[in-house]
Design a binder for this molecule. Structure first.
Ligand code: NDP
Length: 256
């Protein structure tokens, strides 16, 4: 029987690359997103071509009803889940500095980027722990897709930075709590990655990268993140729970 991975935001961008790489490497998939199932049918079909069984678990991770819907769809198709990838996340609709910021945008980002994955993880971790108690050979892990914004300030999207800083603590909390059950938790922390999320600021980042923003002078690709996730999910780092794995082309390497 193949291991099962739930990837939130798995039908686009970084999450899609993760899903495809996991599918190509022997996982069955549960793909979460907010779009209607009819809008992602071709994407899911593409993932099935990897040989994976693929189910769509539609739901907003930022609401309790959404998380219940995700869990129901998941449990209808699979009797266990071995890997949770908390990848879904959003940027502010409008970039505003802290003097202009709105509570509406702050609450939206905290809900989707921090509160949502925390309580989705709670539900999945309870299930993983039950499975582990019933069968000590059961292998499970959790991988969180954070952001360099957890430590790098962007004054025009402070609520995003704060949500990712909180999300970094979420990874550490779960790593500590789940250690006694042998369930490792890691954070993969991307830099600037070419996806729909960054398409609106493409010219800005093209220029910054050319000027030396990153040590490696190119955009990060979703596949760069997917490789890190595959490696972590393959238990290549068995003594590293709670660690942050940077995939940022050296953006956060301090230079003089
Ligand atoms: P995209 O905007 O390309 O894709 C976001 C995905 O998240 C989509 O699949 C979307 O679903 C899903 N999603 C959005 N809101 C919700 C929600 N409320 N509930 C469930 N799913 C939701 O983003 P990226 O691929 O660029 O980013 C993925 C993650 O990586 C995010 O957490 C982001 O913060 C982080 N990141 C990205 C960086 C970058 O440079 N791109 C850099 C650092 C971190 P649907 O497809 O249905 O619309």
């Amino acid at each position: 029987m193949k291991p099962v991975a739930l990837v939130t935001g798995g039908s686009r961008g970084i999450g899609f690359a993760i899903s495809r790489m996991l599918g190509e490497n022997g996982y069955d998939l549960a793909i979460n997103g907010v779009r209607e199932a009819s809008q992602v049918e071709d994407i899911l079909q593409g993932l099935r071509e990897t040989g994976a069984n693929v189910v769509y678990c539609r739901g907003d991770v930022g609401t309790r009803e959404g998380r219940d819907a995700i869990l129901n769809a998941l449990q209808e198709s699979y009797d266990r889940v071995h890997l949770l990838v908390n990848n879904a996340g959003v940027a502010p609709k409008e970039r505003l500095n802290p003097l202009q910021a709105t509570e509406e945008s702050f609450e939206r980002l905290m809900r989707i980027n921090m509160q949502g994955p925390y309580f989705l993880t709670q539900a999945i971790a309870r299930w993983m722990v039950d499975n582990k108690k019933a069968d000590s050979s059961f292998q499970a892990s959790i991988i969180n897709i954070g952001s360099i914004s957890a430590t790098v300030v962007s004054t025009n999207r402070g609520e995003y930075c704060m949500s990712k800083a909180g999300f970094a603590m979420h990874s550490k909390l779960w790593a500590v709590h789940l250690a006694e059950y042998g369930i490792p938790v890691y954070e993969v922390r991307p830099g600037v990655i070419r996806t729909d999320m960054t398409s609106k600021v493409k010219e800005k980042y093209d220029r910054l990268i050319a000027e030396g923003l990153t040590v490696q002078k190119r955009w990060g690709l979703p596949e760069d993140i997917a490789r890190a996730v595959l490696s972590l999910s393959s238990n290549d780092f068995p003594y590293s729970t709670g660690e942050v794995f940077m995939v940022d082309g050296g953006l956060t390497t301090q230079r003089l």
